[in-house]
Design a protein around this ligand. Structure first.
Ligand code: SF4
Ligand code: FES
Length: 248
C-alpha cells in the first residue's frame, strides 16, 4: 500500500505546530498502525530528520498510551480497539491519513503526537483507591458475596484503561466517562463503601480543577471508547455525587 500521511508536528509545548505531509510506500496491510509509524520513523532517521514522537507501551490495548486521533476519530475508524490494535488493512491503497494528538486544554501537547495526560493521574490520586486492612487478619475479597449484576458492572467499569479518547472525542473535552468509570468501579462493591462519599466529591473536584468540560449527553465518548464503557457510568457518578453532596 502507498499512503499519504498528514501528521501534526510540534517541537514542544510552546511551539505553534503544523501539519506535515509524509508519503509512505510498501506498507503491508498486516502492519499495525504503530508499526507503520515505526517504518516512517526509520525512514526519517535514515534521512537525518527528526522522527515523529508518539506514545506507546503495551501495543496490545491494555496500557492506554497510544493516544492518536486518526482521520478525525480517537483511535481511528474501527470500534472497540485502541490505535495500537488498528491494522493498515482498514485503509485503502492511496488513501490520505490525518494523524493528530488528542486535542483538549487539560491534555497539553508535549511533542508531536504526545500529550500530557497526568491530569487523569491526579484525578485518580484524589479518590481512585480503597483502604484495605493489611494487618494479617485481612478478609479474602471472595468471601464477601456480591450480586452477579453488580460484579459484572464493576468489572466492566474497571476495564477503563485511562486512554483519554473520551475526552478527545467530546466537544466539551469532558472527562466524565473516565471519572464515571473510576467511581463506578468502587461504588458498586462493598469494598468501595468506606471512602465512597469523599471519593466522588474529591474526584469530581479534581476533574473540574484540571479544566475538563461538562457533559452535555452527546455520547461521542461512549462511541469512541475502546473498552465500551457505557454512559450509565456517568449517570451512576451523578447519583453518587448528589447523594455525597447531601451527606457531605
Ligand atoms: S472511559 Fe474509555 S475512552 Fe475514556 S479513558 Fe476509559 S477506556 Fe479510554
Ligand atoms: S500501546 Fe498500550 S493500549 Fe495501545
Amino acid at each position: 500500500m502507498d499512503l499519504k500521511l498528514k501528521i501534526w508536528r510540534q517541537k514542544n509545548a510552546n511551539d505553534k505546530g503544523k501539519m506535515v505531509d509524509y508519503p509512505i510506500s510498501n506498507v503491508s496491510p498486516d502492519m499495525s498502525f504503530l508499526e507503520m509509524l515505526d517504518v516512517l520513523n526509520n525512514e526519517l532517521i535514515e534521512k537525518g530528520e527528526s522522527p515523529v514522537s508518539f506514545d506507546h507501551d503495551c501495543r496490545e490495548g491494555i496500557c492506554g498510551s497510544c493516544s492518536l486521533y486518526i482521520n478525525g476519530e480517537a483511535h481511528g475508524p474501527d470500534r472497540l480497539i485502541t490505535s495500537c490494535q488498528l491494522h493498515m488493512r482498514t485503509f485503502k491503497d492511496g488513501e490520505t491519513i490525518v494523524i493528530e494528538p488528542w486535542r483538549a486544554k487539560a491534555f497539553p501537547v508535549i511533542k508531536d503526537l504526545v500529550v500530557d495526560r497526568s491530569a487523569f493521574d491526579r484525578i485518580q490520586h484524589a479518590g481512585g483507591f480503597i483502604s484495605v486492612n493489611t494487618s494479617g487478619n485481612t478478609i479474602d475479597a471472595n468471601t464477601i458475596p456480591i450480586e452477579k449484576a453488580d460484579a459484572d458492572d464493576a468489572f466492566m467499569a474497571a476495564t477503563c484503561i485511562g486512554c483519554g479518547a473520551c475526552v478527545a472525542s467530546c466537544k466539551n473535552s469532558s472527562a466524565m466517562l473516565f471519572v464515571g468509570a473510576k467511581v463506578s468501579q468502587f461504588a458498586l462493591l462493598p469494598q468501595g463503601q468506606v471512602e465512597a462519599t469523599d471519593r466522588v466529591l474529591n474526584m469530581v473536584k479534581q476533574m473540574d480543577e484540571e479544566g475538563f468540560g461538562n457533559c452535555t449527553n452527546t455520547g461521542a465518548c461512549e462511541v469512541e471508547c475502546p473498552k465500551g464503557i457505557s454512559l450509565e457510568n456517568i449517570a451512576r457518578m451523578n447519583r453518587e455525587y448528589l447523594s455525597a453532596s447531601f451527606k457531605g
